[in-house]
Each structure stands twice: as structure tokens, then as C-alpha cells.
Design a protein. Sequence first.
Length: 130
Amino acid sequence: MGKVEINSETNCWIWQGATSRGYAKLKRNGRYFRAARWAWEAVNGPLDSDLEARHTCDNKLCVNPEHIVPGTHIDNMADMVERGRHARHSIEVCPKCSGPFTQLKDRRRCLECYRKYMENYNSLRRKAST
């Protein structure tokens, strides 16, 4: 891989190519992909569309498949809170599910409760359109 530099201390494969919001990205067949997801899929097969490639090493530029695990967006946000990579003033605990509150769009929301709300909302919209 020509766009990777291996860090001998952390064993992270540091992406040397294009980035977006600090994350490694690459272009395949005219489409951009997160390089970490691509690296994980190259070794382990496709990830479900509702899963993300999570960095166990906390390095956004790492594309070492051994440092990447699949998980939901909620898992990824929980990692962020657990590891202290969030704006402390914007996190609280949801009284309904004990999940973290964070700033989403123009208001503070619990990610887990908002996901459930959107699933229900979209389900009702699909039913109404049939």
C-alpha cells in the first residue's frame, strides 16, 4: 500500500492520502469511501450498511484492519464519551435510556432515543405511503 506509513510504536497504518474531516478517504469507481471501512472490508468482507468502522486505537488516519471493529453509530458515540473525545459541556445522561445527550442539528438529543424515534417515524411514513 503506497499511501500508508506504519507507526512502529502503535502499529497504526497511517493514511498518507486524501482526508475528509480528519478521516482517511479513498476513491474507488468514482465514489469516495472512508479508508478504514474499506480496509476492514478488504480483510473481513462487507459491513452491513447500518454499521460503522470504529477505531480501537483512536487514530482517525489509521487503516490497520486489526485496529478496526464494526459497530453502530451509538457504539461509536459511546466510545467517544468513554474515551473523553467529546465536548464535555454538551454531554448529559438521558433520563429515558441513560444514553448520552449530544448536539444534533439545532438541539440537544439522546442519540439512542432519537434513532428509535426516527425508526418509528420512517416506519409510519412507509405504511402511510402504501
